[in-house]
Design a protein around this ligand. Sequence first.
Ligand code: SF4
Ligand code: SF4
Length: 218
Amino acid sequence: METTQTECSRCGTCCANGGPALHVQDKQLIEGGAIPVSHLITIRKREMVHNPVTNRFQKVKNELIKISGVGKEWSCFYFDPDQKGCTIYDHRPMACQALECWDTEAVEQIIEKDLLSRADLIKDNDPLRQYVIEHEASFPCPDLEAILKQGVTDQSIELEDAANREVAFRTELVSRHDLSLGEELFYFGRPLFHLLISVGARVRESEGRLLVNWPSKE
Ligand code: SF4
Ligand code: SF4
């Protein structure tokens, strides 16, 4: 007999698939301390992410802030897999409140609208603010979608050079400001070389330098 789902069965699948993008309505959760920035990750403009509504890997049009995953997994940091529950249920973000997997209309209404960005959360007097701006200007996310479609063509040397300079940039700031990994991922997002790996690059280290190879060019 066919059944039609009408309420949440608390299966946890949505939370295991990844934390939500935050909206301006969620700002108080961060400012009030319910969600520290060390549990957030910045997804920069032009990164490729899984869109849960379209179920496709898509280019991010504008920067967004997500709750971070666990280790190398995207499963939401606040998801308790044993209880299949949310450990911040009373303070869960707006997208989590709107999500009804059996009827995506409410969540489709808010997707890509009124998204929080680092500019909303980093105070003017934060000593890292100027470096976030400098990082974005010096190391913007490359057009990963184009790399996926067309390969790297003639940019491979520039990308390898940028990946090395970017690691040096963030390593110096992490050391100088004693940043945790979570704080680093909020302020600067994922390292450039991670983004290149996500679209097919092979990266290894040799004598203190990252070597970036593209399988189709080897
Ligand atoms: S919203 Fe859907 S996927 Fe998420 S926990 Fe509830 S039933 Fe599972
Ligand atoms: S914040 Fe809570 S409800 Fe939202 S994805 Fe994470 S565990 Fe699930």
